[in-house]
Write a protein that binds this ligand. Structure first.
Ligand code: FES
Ligand SMILES: [Fe+2]
Length: 350
């Protein structure tokens, strides 16, 4: 393979979305009992449904009989039945019933890809396997905040008409807070001039301001474990924002295809005792709409980036976080592509 086409392959993989990842695919409330939900994640069409037992399943949105969309069908117990001729699939992608023909030989076959699912912090995550990591590890490393009861959590989700890398890179760029969000409630403080540095942290790196901490959006931890990629940052809150410590953001992005992505933003605050309920109330009545305004500022800016902006951009010192995340993602894409090529080479050797 020549260098140019190898580069194009890496670019193609990054545009469509890294594989071997747990992606947030839907808010839990979107996967309603008895109603299949169609979606596209990293270019793959999937259907999710909640079975009678409450668990969420996810398989390809494709009926193995004639290709109808399973998402047009119906949930039967814990399985999904195609509306066209009734072929019924389970959550593993196995044909469990062909009702129109007795003893049909298709029963028991497993022609569809299935996606492991986890429901955490009001969202459904699905695992999209890669050649080098076709199945997830037994104990995926989801953020500890998801299971720590001390955190009060609110999830905001939106669909952006932008490539998912642009959303990830936005999080790896703390300096934009002082400009893009300069007129916002919580991000209006501190200096607009600084330098940035990078520090290694467990499962990733921290990109932080040198001359200011604890004032604004002054750092981001970019977490890139084996199976997840997200940003974590803290924003100090003014006293008007009620009791509790800083406001923590966990920012996940899910590629839909090359042109669109979902952003899942968890907004967390450690508030204890009585204050929890008053904070929840304050958040719902006052803070939430302000945070949506901030997220809309990001969406408008990122959606308006030209698709070929990367070809002409001129990075400067503040883009060290953007550069580092690009390097790490490219490395991962290369590993995945190499793992996909192995069987072909093995065959040729034989
Ligand atoms: S296409 Fe689904 S049952 Fe025929
Ligand atoms: Fe932002």
């Amino acid at each position: 393979m020549n260098v140019v086409s190898a580069k194009q392959d890496v670019e193609g993989r990054l545009k469509r979305g890294l594989l071997g990842q747990w992606y947030a695919a839907a808010k839990s409330v979107q996967v309603k009992a008895g109603r299949p939900l169609s979606s596209k994640i990293a270019g793959e069409r999937v259907v999710m449904w909640r079975g009678k037992d409450g668990g969420v399943r996810c398989i390809e949105d494709f009926c193995p009989h004639r290709g109808a969309r399973l998402s047009l069908g119906e949930v039967v117990e814990n399985d999904i039945s195609c509306r066209y001729h009734g072929v019924t699939m389970d959550g593993e992608g196995t044909i469990v019933k062909v009702p129109a023909l007795a003893n049909c030989a298709l029963e028991g076959r497993r022609p569809l890809k299935s996606y492991p699912t986890r429901e955490m912090a009001d969202a459904v995550f699905i695992y999209v396997g890669s050649a080098d990591q076709p199945v997830p590890t037994d104990e995926p490393k989801f953020p500890s905040e998801f299971t720590d009861p001390e955190w009060v959590t609110f999830l905001a989700m939106n669909r952006w008409k932008a490539n998912y890398r642009d959303s990830i890179e936005n999080v790896a760029d703390p300096m934009h807070g002082s400009f893009l969000h300069a007129n916002s409630f919580t991000l209006a403080y501190g200096k607009q001039q600084d330098t940035l540095k990078i520090e290694r942290i467990e499962d990733g790196f921290c990109v932080k301001r040198v001359g200011q901490q604890g004032v604004n959006f002054d750092y981001t931890d970019m977490i890139m474990s084996e199976e997840q990629l997200y940003g974590r940052l803290d924003i100090p809150f003014p006293p008007a924002a009620g009791p509790g410590g800083p406001f923590r953001i966990l920012a996940f992005t899910t590629p839909i295809d090359e042109d669109e992505c979902y952003v899942f933003i968890w907004r967390l605050r450690k508030v204890s005792g009585f204050a929890r309920e008053s904070y929840r109330f304050l958040y719902r009545t006052l803070l939430e709409s302000r945070h949506w305004d901030v997220l809309e500022q990001d969406r408008e800016m990122i959606e308006a980036l030209p698709a070929d902006a990367r070809r002409r951009e001129m990075l400067y010192q503040h883009d060290i976080g953007v550069s580092r995340i690009r390097q790490l993602m490219s490395k991962k894409a290369k590993q995945q592509l190499e793992a996909e090529r192995v069987p072909v080479q093995t065959l040729q050797a034989v």
